[in-house]
Design a protein around this ligand. Structure first.
Ligand SMILES: [Zn+2]
Ligand SMILES: [Zn+2]
Length: 144
């Protein structure tokens, strides 16, 4: 597992980012709500801060993505999701029914954990793996 950060302000400073209330609030909220969309992050963070625009959320996320404090996943057909678990090359299970996302560890922990059969001279540094299927809940709905 990714070690839990001790202090978000230290993390921000360590990445050369200024510590601001919106940045702290977004990163804090995401710790408790992995794989959240901007539409989920916005009301969650607004509850903590009082007022913040959706654009401000986008700004925080793009700054944090750049320095790898946040990871973005974009399963085809779904809104982008954001999470704090970065740098461990973990993969995702995505439910075709309800869009639920779960983490699954990478076998090797190092990218790229699978290699293309033909690499065509590419220097491959990452393989983005999404496992598609139905979550437990949706499997049950499927049966009844
Ligand atoms: Zn589901
Ligand atoms: Zn994840």
């Amino acid at each position: 597992m990714h070690p839990q950060p001790t202090d978000i302000s230290d993390e921000l400073r360590g990445c050369g980012l200024r510590v601001t209330a919106p940045r702290r609030a977004v990163l804090e909220w995401l710790l408790d709500h992995p794989h959240a969309t901007v539409d989920q992050i916005h009301p969650g963070v607004r509850n903590r801060l009082g007022t913040i625009s959706k654009q401000a959320i986008y700004d925080v996320l793009s700054a944090c993505l750049e320095v790898d404090l946040v990871r973005q996943i974009k399963p085809a057909g779904h809104a982008a999701r954001f999470e704090r678990r970065t740098g461990d090359n973990h993969h995702h299970l995505v439910c075709r029914g309800c869009g639920e996302i779960a983490d699954t560890d990478c076998h090797s922990g190092v990218a790229p954990c699978v290699n293309p059969v033909i690499h065509n001279g590419f220097a491959v540094d990452e393989a983005e793996i999404v496992f598609w299927g139905l979550c437990q809940h949706c499997q049950q709905e499927h049966l009844t």
